[in-house]
Design a protein around this ligand. Structure first.
Ligand SMILES: CC(C)(COP(=O)(O)OP(=O)(O)OC[C@H]1O[C@@H](n2cnc3c(N)ncnc32)[C@H](O)[C@@H]1OP(=O)(O)O)[C@@H](O)C(=O)NCCC(=O)NCCS
Length: 175
């Protein structure tokens, strides 16, 4: 039987947080760890919406912090599943920070988290496929295969020689 398909918008989640003193470092900037915690939560909810299952964080891709987020800023995190494989799902999170009194908004960062849907015993279980609808969703969907191969190589779960998508990207020739 064909696997059920769902769109990225069905897993869309938006979460808003106000940066309070307990969230900041001694420079009054948001702590990176607090932001990663919020990113983990919003993306886990997104993966749950896609799979209707319990999910666990399997991996977190590189996160860069481009701009400090200040005390009093309003942080909005938007997450959606970009692609689902068997039991795993790649979730993209986009974060922006807003200084509402100054009417200024900056795109803070984005990242990809991978979640695995599990049963009550913690065993991986299959999830619906993703059917991208618009151009941006298709771009994220197509790139997901390369990112999956890269993260599985880095996790020691795939041999570089098996990463066909990456090989074609870098035009690596077999010797
Ligand atoms: C994630 C976990 C369920 C994978 O279990 P496993 O026995 O290794 O299962 P499998 O080898 O069958 O892999 C299952 C899926 O996880 C994916 N996966 C496993 N490790 C991964 C990693 N480091 N990065 C990306 N995906 C990973 C596999 O590619 C596979 O995806 P697919 O089903 O879509 O093909 C298991 O390692 C786990 O429970 N980890 C702890 C999760 C957790 O507690 N997170 C919070 C940390 S505090």
């Amino acid at each position: 039987m064909a696997k059920k398909k769902k769109t990225p918008s069905e897993s869309f989640v938006s979460m808003t947080e106000l940066v309070l003193p307990n969230d900041t470092n001694t420079l009054n900037n948001l702590m990176g760890g607090r932001l990663m915690h919020w990113m983990d939560i919003v993306s886990a909810i997104s993966a749950q919406k896609h799979s209707n299952r319990i999910v666990v964080t399997a991996s977190v891709d590189n996160i860069s912090f481009k701009h400090p987020i200040r005390l009093g800023n309003v942080v909005t995190l938007k997450a959606r599943v970009t692609r689902a494989f068997n039991s795993s799902m790649e979730v993209r999170i986009d974060v922006d920070a807003e200084d509402i009194p100054a009417n200024q908004k900056v795109e803070s960062n984005s990242a990809y988290f991978t979640f695995v849907a599990v049963d009550q015993s913690g065993r991986p279980i299959d999830v619906p496929e993703i059917e991208p609808e618009n151009e941006l969703e298709k771009e994220y969907y197509n790139g997901a295969l390369r990112r999956r191969q890269l993260r599985l190589i880095l996790a020691g779960r795939m041999k570089p020689s098996e990463a066909n998508e990456l090989k074609s990207l870098f035009d690596i020739k077999e010797v």
